[in-house]
Design a protein around this ligand. Structure first.
Ligand SMILES: Nc1ncnc2c1ncn2[C@@H]1O[C@H](COP(=O)(O)OP(=O)(O)OP(=O)(O)O)[C@@H](O)[C@H]1O
Ligand SMILES: [Mg+2]
Length: 404
């Protein structure tokens, strides 16, 4: 039987795709959209938002989603989006903005002031409402360019007051400026800051449960229904929250790779082993070498092997301590060891978590679990780890036999 492709809409996982919903950022989306709707229906001529947050936490997608929301609700609305990191030069940014707002005007060869004036004329004549999104705005603040960038934002904010010293009629201009840090404020003098940044929105980093919500939603859009195991998404979410500060871009990239791997293997579902394989190849996951493993001592190795066996037997992403202990007892029998008591095992587990950080994770409470219960996961492929462990344990056993 030929397995079905499960990643049926890969485009919906591209970073330029703007999804209909933004799980865990819907509150911010409403706040921005409602505020801008109010603004565009008011008499006010100018407003701006400074959107700040660390890498990969949805700044771009949020601003573009809000742009689309407004487009759907306002007549005579124009949206211009520029990523300043690609343009690098203020002049290029301006040219790009004008050509998006009024494609018929070729602004090349014009001065910066001319371009700003053209922009104002367009706004006045057409009575249009314009939202400008300046993404990665901080990329313009370098050396001599920073002065021009400051002039630009000052120019934009004063644009509506330029003519004859009185505010222009009919003009509504809103700007969203996005940056990773508020560092760029230091480049702005008080006047520029006060007139440019009317409002500020700081986005909180995503935690594991936010990332899980996002992955779940994005996976539902992209994969054949019922083919992606939730626990596998949780495995990605936990790892990225812990090691990559909740960067959603990395989480989505891992989901895409795991989906491709599942399709390549023709498995017909996305499960924990696909995720482990992709995670183990990602630079954030530490490489576990045999030396590190052998330095852990026999009992911890038996515990890790028991985790591997339990994960393999259950085919799950997480196992509980109780599930692991069943395999641990069998292994102790096999390797002639007396099983340790639960308190000792718990101590070992805590130590393993810190000694093999990023490869083995132990959480005390888990989502959807009743009461307090340890949930244990591994982010490297199980077969390879199992082989290492067996070799080291056999070597240790042979060494012990030779000593007697
Ligand atoms: N709340 C969310 N819901 C759905 N998808 C999201 C959400 N937040 C982020 N994403 C997705 O995660 C990826 C990264 O988001 P985005 O590019 O907006 O981050 P960013 O903060 O702009 O990053 P950078 O600082 O690198 O520019 C994108 O694919 C985006 O669609
Ligand atoms: Mg961005």
């Amino acid at each position: 039987m030929v397995s079905k492709t499960i990643l049926i809409k890969p485009k919906t996982l591209s970073h330029t795709f703007i999804p209909p919903k933004l799980p865990t950022r819907e509150a911010e989306r409403s706040e921005l959209t409602e505020n801008l709707l109010d603004f565009f229906t008011s008499e006010e001529a100018y407003t701006s938002w400074s959107l700040i947050g660390s890498v990969g936490i949805g700044k771009t997608v949020l601003s573009r989603r809000v742009g689309k929301d407004l487009q759907e609700q306002i007549n005579q609305f124009k949206l211009a989006y520029v990523n300043c990191r690609f343009s690098r030069r203020v002049y290029k940014v301006l040219v790009e903005l004008v050509s998006q707002i009024e494609p018929s005007i070729p602004p090349r060869g014009l001065s910066r002031d001319d371009i700003l004036n053209i922009l104002l004329e367009i706004l006045e004549e057409k009575g249009e409402k314009v939202l400008i999104i300046l993404d990665e705005f901080d990329a313009l603040f370098w050396e001599s360019e920073s002065r021009k960038a400051r002039d630009l934002i000052y120019g934009l904010s004063r644009l509506v007051e330029r003519r004859f010293g009185s505010p222009s009629k009919n003009v509504s201009l809103a700007v969203i400026a996005i940056s990773r840090e508020s560092e760029l404020y230091k480049w702005l003098d008080r006047a520029a800051r006060a007139s440019f940044i009317r409002r500020e929105l700081r986005l909180k980093p995503y935690n594991a449960s936010d990332l899980f919500e996002i992955l779940k939603y994005r996976a539902d859009l992209a994969f054949l229904p019922g083919t992606v195991e939730e626990d596998s998404l949780e495995l990605i979410a936990n790892q990225v929250a812990e090691l990559e500060n909740g960067n959603a871009r990395i989480a989505i990239d891992i989901l895409v790779e795991a989906g491709k791997l599942a399709d390549k293997k023709g498995d017909g579902f996305l499960g924990p082993e696909h995720v482990r394989t992709v995670l183990s190849q990602h630079p954030m996951t530490p490489q576990i070498d045999p030396e590190t493993l052998s330095s852990l001592g026999k009992h911890k190795l038996l515990i890790i092997l028991a985790i591997v066996r339990a994960l393999k037997a259950t085919k799950k992403s997480f196992v509980t301590r109780t599930e692991m202990e069943e395999f641990y007892e069998i292994l102790c029998d096999e390797y002639n060891e007396t099983p340790r008591k639960t308190t000792q095992i718990l101590r070992y587990l805590r130590e393993i978590k810190s000694e093999l950080k990023g490869a083995i994770d132990i959480e005390v409470t888990g989502r959807g679990q009743r009461g307090r219960s340890s949930r244990i996961s591994i982010t490297i492929p199980l077969d390879k780890l199992e082989n290492y462990l067996i070799k080291i344990l056999e070597f240790t056993a042979r060494f012990e036999r030779d000593l007697i």
